[in-house]
Design a protein around this ligand. Structure first.
Ligand code: CMP
Length: 405
């Protein structure tokens, strides 16, 4: 195994935020202290963190190849174990506790980002995380005539909040829809689960103690934001979901619905530890998946720190390019495969109210709308302009900070 030991004097930069992960390695602190600093994201998440012996950092970007999401500086002389990303499986095969530590900390980090994004981007949101929110969810789905889903949410509300203030109302809704008061029983001892297209696997705010591996079919992950269903992802065969509630003992952060007929493997707390220990390939897949999600959340949060709406739209396009790891050049034309309306929705703008920004966008020489689909003729130009908007907002923020100091 080729881990190397690296020594850094006090004050030395181990890597800089927004730089390519080169080498594509992560670090475990053998001795000393390291400070992680985020400059790009200025609100919502921890800005600084001090790490000590046994802690690790840089895993997400080593595993995904995306640019570093923080700067790492030696606070005192530090001795680090540098682990190349392709040695990761060997490492977790040797140390299950390390794999568990990484998985748990990633899950918490993802939750922190998730909360920050929702808090910043959505006004008047009911951020309640407790199961009583299931009742509101049921009402929203009832309103939009999704009766199967509404029934599920009301049944779960009755199950988890039997003394809740809305119990009699929830029962009334269920009677109106001719649905039983209790959900159908799931044979929890069965690992293999089958869901028909459109069926709810679980819904947001419900307590959860299982994660799922998709063996066949696809699953839609969504969240009701200000009464509107926002799709976070469509997951396919081989993907894993539901790990967040399992790992940090909090309610489900989103709803999972079978997008096709599905076969899932359900893993509970007891056999999760066994899975990590006996199948390092699964642990590696889960860590890579969480790394990719953390990176997306980091970029979404960075996007929200750009003040000008047009800057946010351009940056959202750049996020798609970075996500797909498309080489940035001035020559290639890139088809985003999304409409202007989709783009507005992706940055939380209402397509009915903000058409003027789309007009402004298409005035850019390197952007074109081809049969309603956005294309970029010069990715280098796109990247440069995003840097301009990003720097402008950062300067303004620093100026405001100085005024308040
Ligand atoms: P959990 O919170 O247990 O339940 C909802 C699941 O959806 C969550 O775990 C993750 O597995 C998954 N999830 C949450 N947010 C996202 C996202 N932005 N993209 C993809 N999957 C997500």
């Amino acid at each position: 195994m080729s881990f190397s030991i690296k020594n850094f004097p006090k004050g030395a930069y181990i890597y800089l935020e927004n730089s390519e992960p080169s080498p594509r390695s992560f670090y475990i602190i053998h001795q000393g202290q390291v400070e992680l600093i985020r400059e790009v994201i200025r609100v919502g998440v921890e800005q600084k963190k001090i790490l000590g012996k046994g802690d690790f950092f840089g895993v997400e970007t080593a595993m995904t190849g995306h640019k570093r999401m923080e700067s790492a500086i030696a606070l005192m002389p530090a001795t680090l174990i540098e682990v190349p990303h392709d040695q990761f499986r060997t490492l977790i095969t040797r140390s299950t506790p390390l794999a568990m530590k990484i998985i748990r900390s990633f899950s918490m980090k993802l939750r922190e980002f998730d909360t920050a994004i929702t808090n910043i981007s959505v006004e008047h949101l009911n951020l309640e995380e407790d199961p009583s929110h299931l009742f509101d969810l049921g009402k929203e789905w009832f309103k939009s005539q999704r009766f199967e889903h509404a029934a599920y949410a009301f049944q779960k509300y009755l199950q988890y909040c039997p003394k809740g203030t809305n119990v009699s109302q929830a029962k009334l809704y269920l009677q109106k829809m001719n649905k039983p008061l209790v959900p159908p029983k799931i044979q929890k001892q069965e690992i293999n689960r089958f869901y028909a297209k459109g069926q709810i696997i679980f819904c947001e705010n419900e307590p959860g103690d299982e994660l799922y591996i998709i063996k066949k079919g696809s699953v839609k992950i969504s969240k009701l934001i200000s009464g509107k269903e926002t799709i976070l992802a469509v997951l396919k065969t081989g993907d894993i979901f539901g790990e967040m509630a399992l790992l940090d003992n909090r309610p489900r952060s989103a709803t999972a619905i079978a997008a096709e007929d599905c076969e899932l493997a359900a893993i509970n707390r007891q056999n999760f530890d066994k899975l990590v220990k006996e199948q390092p390939i699964m642990a590696e897949r889960l860590i890579t998946l969480l790394s990719e999600r953390i990176w997306t959340a980091y970029r979404q949060l960075a996007n929200l720190t750009i003040e000008e709406p047009i800057g946010r739209l351009l940056d959202m396009l750049l996020i798609q390019v970075e996500k797909e790891k498309v080489p940035i050049s001035s020559k290639t034309t890139y088809n985003f495969g999304i409409s202007g309306e989709d783009l507005l929705k992706m940055v939380g703008m209402d397509p009915l109210k903000h058409q003027e920004y789309l007009v402004e966008l298409t005035k850019k020489k390197y952007i074109e709308l081809d049969q309603g689909v956005i294309k970029c003729k010069n990715l280098e130009e796109l990247e440069k302009e995003v840097a301009y908007y990003r720097n402008r907002s950062a300067r303004k923020f620093k100026k405001q900070q100085r005024q308040f100091a």
